[in-house]
Write a protein that binds this ligand. Structure first.
Ligand SMILES: C[S@@+](CC[C@H](N)C(=O)[O-])C[C@H]1O[C@@H](n2cnc3c(N)ncnc32)[C@H](O)[C@@H]1O
Length: 462
């Protein structure tokens, strides 16, 4: 019998995965959340269960590959070239409080004329932006020119009353989930930087540079400053505040572990430390970051865990991670670098690791939390021989081994880092070599159970 066509194989994977999800829902007596309804913590529980989460990845990878296989290639590629319209529309909706306006309007939705009265935009243009988004399943058009939130648009809702947002636009993201803040960051400075990527990669000097001052962002904003300094300019005060909350939004559940003294190096406002401090109240934690970030961090801790700073169990320490660790950072039990190495080219990442190696004691551990990039083909054998490495979860055939469309955010993140400051996401072999070259030995790699997301790389001094 002839084997099924690729279209059929992909469709079968989708059906099998949907059946797994249905079975999980039936066993637990819950319905799978509707696309038409705003999400809630309880609606999302089912999606986060490992088995369901794995099935969702297969559905996304298979559906993306099925579309690429089935559709007329010229239409696929020309449509890709127009994706800027989706990013821009998302930015408009997010920046002008439309998700909050629609939350207050409720499920029957609101006419664009009424939305316009609340955010001051032209009503017909609001309609065009929201219709574009509704067509790709962000918001829904319940009647002509009447829009309501759905599952996807509801994640852009800060949860704050419109009055509060209008009264304090600078504080829009404070105390929120951080997702609207991330989308604000990616649809603004990241997106603008991305438009310069082709120009910069074709430049004979900048196209090969490791410097954080010769990247697409510098071209886009016509600035000679590295991005973290650029963010600290007075005119970027809103962006800096938004970035801090956005980083908090990317926090994931932290694995358990017994540690005593923790240095969260370049810890931002301290999102990872917040999770650790709540789970392990006996730990002494140092959140280290640039001096200019410390006031933002103070706001975050004062509002989320008020006694942490006053009791002294958490300290905010201004540092330059390219210089020697301060006294409190010497011989820590654990150094954490979460989403730091990917900001930097090898030249600078090695400097950070070298400083930590100089501060580390023989028993100190280094925890790097980053995405590990896979190839879009089979995993090479040399990756399996790295100390601490374990085989990664591989997608079922005929999917791409890296889960294709479901794994794409990590590759988008890689180019984001390139555009912002010549940084990069890395493969496991790249991490292992970088660590080795700076006096660290990779001991253990914990990959995300679903195959997609952050990995935990534990190293010790050689
Ligand atoms: C991508 S954020 C990650 C923040 C945090 N680790 C997290 O995961 O939420 C990068 C952080 O590096 C900090 N940073 C950049 N240059 C630094 C330097 N020279 N010394 C210390 N921190 C720095 C930035 O201020 C920012 O908070």
């Amino acid at each position: 019998m002839a084997s099924p066509s690729p279209l059929k194989q992909l469709a079968n994977l989708i059906v099998a995965s949907v059946e797994r999800i249905d079975a999980a829902c039936n066993t637990q007596g819950v319905s799978f959340p509707s696309l038409d309804e705003p999400i809630s913590p309880s609606s999302e529980e089912i999606r986060h269960q490992p088995d369901v989460s794995q099935a969702i990845n297969v559905i996304v990878a298979a559906a993306t590959q099925l579309i690429a296989t089935a559709r007329v290639p010229t239409i696929s590629v020309v449509t890709l070239g127009l994706q800027w319209a989706a990013i821009s529309s998302l930015g408009v909706a997010n920046d002008t409080n439309i998700p909050e306006i629609l939350r207050e309007a409720g499920p029957q939705g609101l006419h664009v004329n009424e939305i316009a009265k609340k955010n001051g935009l032209d009503p017909a243009r609001i309609g065009r932006v929201l219709r574009t988004l509704a067509t790709i399943h962000v918001f829904k058009e319940v009647k002509p020119d009447v829009f309501a939130n759905n599952a996807l648009s509801s994640v852009l809702d800060t949860g704050k009353p419109i009055e509060a947002l209008l009264e304090d636009p600078m504080g829009k993201h404070d105390g929120t989930s951080g997702i609207p803040a991330i989308v604000g960051h990616t649809t603004d400075e990241v997106y603008r930087a991305g438009t310069q990527l082709s120009t910069v990669l074709r430049d004979p000097k900048w196209g090969h540079s490791q410097e954080p001052t010769e990247a697409a962002l510098n071209k886009a904003f016509n600035t000679p400053l590295p991005p973290f300094e650029w963010l600290e300019l007075p005119e970027n005060a809103y962006r800096l505040r938004r970035f801090g909350v956005g980083m908090d939004g990317t926090s994931k559940i932290f694995p358990a572990g017994a540690v005593l003294q923790v240095a969260d190096v370049a810890g931002g406002i301290g999102s990872v430390s917040m999770i650790i401090a709540k789970a392990y109240p006996h730990l002494k934690i140092f959140v280290e970051d640039r001096e200019q970030v410390v006031p933002e961090a103070k706001k975050f801790w004062d509002s989320s865990l008020p006694d942490a700073l006053s009791s002294g169990r958490v300290s905010l320490v201004p540092i330059d991670m390219f210089a020697a660790q301060p006294a409190v950072g010497q011989n820590a039990d654990l150094y954490i670098l979460r989403q730091i190495l990917h900001d930097w080219s090898d030249k600078y990442a090695a400097k950070i690791l070298t400083q930590l190696r100089a501060a580390a004691g023989s028993k100190s551990k280094l925890l790097v939390i980053e995405s590990i990039l896979s190839y879009a083909c089979e995993q090479p054998a040399d990756e399996l021989t790295i100390s601490g490495a374990q085989a990664k979860v591989v997608a079922p055939a005929p999917l791409l081994p890296n889960f294709g469309g479901a794994g794409a955010p990590s590759y988008f993140g890689d180019l984001l880092m390139l555009a912002i400051q010549n940084g990069q996401e890395r493969t496991l072999l790249h991490f292992s070599n970088l660590l080795k070259s700076t006096g660290w030995e990779l001991k253990e790699v914990r990959r995300p159970p679903t195959g997609i997301g952050h990995s935990y790389l534990v190293s010790m001094p050689v």
